[in-house]
Write a protein that binds this ligand. Sequence first.
Ligand SMILES: C[S@@+](CC[C@H](N)C(=O)[O-])C[C@H]1O[C@@H](n2cnc3c(N)ncnc32)[C@H](O)[C@@H]1O
Ligand code: SF4
Ligand code: SF4
Length: 358
Amino acid sequence: MHIANLFETEPALREKARNLKAEPDGPFPILSAKIKLTWQCNLRCLMCTIWREPRTKGQAIHLPPDIVKQVLSHLKEKGLRKIHFSGGEVLLYKGFKDVVAFARSLGLQVNLTTNGTLITKDLARFFVEERVHTVTVSLDGPDAETHDRIRGVKGAFKATVNGMALMAARKLKKGRGPIIAVNTVVSRKTMDLLDAMYDLLCETKVQAWRILPIDTEIRSLRPTQSQWEAMFTKVPAWSHLLSRLPLDWSSERSGHRAEGGKYAGLFYGDRVCFAPWFNLFVDADGRVYPCCNGKQDMRPYGNLNEIPAPQALESQVRREIRYSMASGHPFPICDCCDDFLEENQAFHLLSMKKGVAS
Ligand SMILES: C[S@@+](CC[C@H](N)C(=O)[O-])C[C@H]1O[C@@H](n2cnc3c(N)ncnc32)[C@H](O)[C@@H]1O
Ligand code: SF4
Ligand code: SF4
């Protein structure tokens, strides 16, 4: 589901989108959502905070399946098209098949991100049968030594590559199946391995690749400006695989800003992020935000363990976040955010076509 395509084919949606800056409370469907089903994980990745978070006794680790279904039903009524399940590790979630099948029964596009180590033949079959749209598997290095060191568990690389092979084999047998995509988190130490990663992904016939700039407070782990500049010279050769660019590269200061962790470059200098209108994020504790990164800076709309989804979506907090955005006051985290740059570009182009600077 590409927002730019929706704007091409759905004039009513396009018109609503054009009015959002002037009328932040105007009607607009939540088109996409991400739900973290669980905080539980079987890996111990160096760059990930999820497994390190101290969870107090009694604190929720999983979002109950009935709450997942309630929010999906409500969002579907409100126009949802695409749901992304993530975690923690989604394949450890007890109700995993149940919530995927439910989302599919609503006609939603289902995507998921997994570390891939727990994909079995049975799950590979399930993904094809349920017509899951995209299974994104995380691979952070082109060989077992690198990947296992980053993922904190010996044997992770072998298990993940095996999981990908099981999915590819099932797809081959049935002549259809999910897009198999790969996420690679890139740091200063692993930037130079991307050539070898690219070769591996071509060999394994992966269909889409997303390079995720490492989100970290530790400066020395972030790729340097010259590493980003060298990487961007390879983008044209990799473009058939890259599903999107890892950061905004439109200004000559982009590389410098990326070295400082400001992956959005200057994108939000004079533009709005429309995620608070078209997207929703629910974490495994039940807290609801406009987007995954937003939880670092924003108050939640509410908690689905305490209030129903309609109440969370009508909260004053959601209203305030949208007004703040529309009046040109993004949040500090927005400068560091590599999410939704393409989607926001599609909104921005609409305003340009109308002759109004966004
Ligand atoms: C939090 S994980 C959850 C899904 C699953 N456990 C996995 O590893 O794919 C979602 C994505 O975030 C990525 N990720 C983890 N820590 C990150 C960080 N510090 N910066 C950027 N991406 C990160 C993971 O590699 C993965 O592709
Ligand atoms: S597998 Fe995913 S959730 Fe688990 S520690 Fe690694 S990045 Fe975090
Ligand atoms: S720029 Fe990123 S953090 Fe800011 S509202 Fe948009 S998606 Fe959320």
